[in-house]
Design a protein around this ligand. Sequence first.
Ligand SMILES: [Zn+2]
Length: 377
Amino acid sequence: MAHTIDDLPLAHGRAGTRRVLRVHRFGTPGARPKAYIQAGLHADETPGHLVAQHLLAALKGLDAAGAVTGEVVLVPVANPIGLDQIVLQSLSGRFELATGVNFNRSYADLSGVVADAVRGRLCGDTAADVALVRQELRRAAEALPAATQADALRRALLTLALDADLMLDLHCDFDAVMHLYTAPGLWEGFRDLAARLGCEAAFLADQSGGHPFDEACSGVWWRLRERLGTDADALPVACAATTIELRGQLAVDDATAARDAAAILEHLRHRGMLAGDPGPAPAPRCGATPLAGVDRVAAPEAGIVLFRVALGDRVEPGQVVAEILEPESGIRHPCRARVAGPVWTRHLNRFVGAGEGVLSIAGTEPLAAPGTPLLTA
Ligand SMILES: [Zn+2]
């Protein structure tokens, strides 16, 4: 099957403007397993845009050679709205400027609509039941209301991704080691990907808060199961979704992106979307830890940030990891770790306000109370 390109128009453009979502498809439409990969949902996270370009070039060659045995759908620019948000010379692609809403939040939970649609129609044959649920998921996604262009984008992305066996959402942090987010029940399947990417942290949560894209794709399956009162044998989680954080915003170079793309393609071989032997994964560089165990170290006062630890350093409870220097008084405030673990992200700003996070540590035990939103804004 030849590589195809669709430009999906996004509704609600203003006069004189027209935005489209460009979708690349490889393999045979409808073939299984299906992988869906998108980059740049936060439009100011350029590493994903570059990795997607390397994936695109490789997939063209693989498709021409007949090596795409399932289907691969790639959206290299998942947020053309955010990519157009230049504020005083800076790209501001995380929040929609019109509303302040994070582009990776507020995705619909379709479990209620789909539960109503499939109740009494599941036959007990797992493959047939999964196919029925996928069909109803697509239908429900297509029917989502979209009063704004940002919601039209959310609807388009969900419709493309919801019926995939594997969903990879490519992001990055401010200044970070390679890491990923997924659900506890999906971690076993993602150990291979984490090892191939060289992840130094992997964060697990069933519900991070705020309804991010990955949880809309995978979580709908276990929420559906709860609504229908079925168990995992009868209805598996048929979409393994993860958010991959390709280090920090400045980690943009061809050699690194080529390695990351190669790791992702090996994982697609491992999962059966591509032909060939992926070879053994390298030794993992981390285990998974609860997202609720992240120690987000905040500044006690506004001031200059002076880090005392580097990315990837292992720290101990009580250790001073940064100082905040108040520039008027000259007072220095120590910021201490509460947990043992690696420092996995640091803020890019070197002057912060009181209460702002300056760095985060991957602890192994939950710190946050159940129900607390676990992601940053
Ligand atoms: Zn992001």
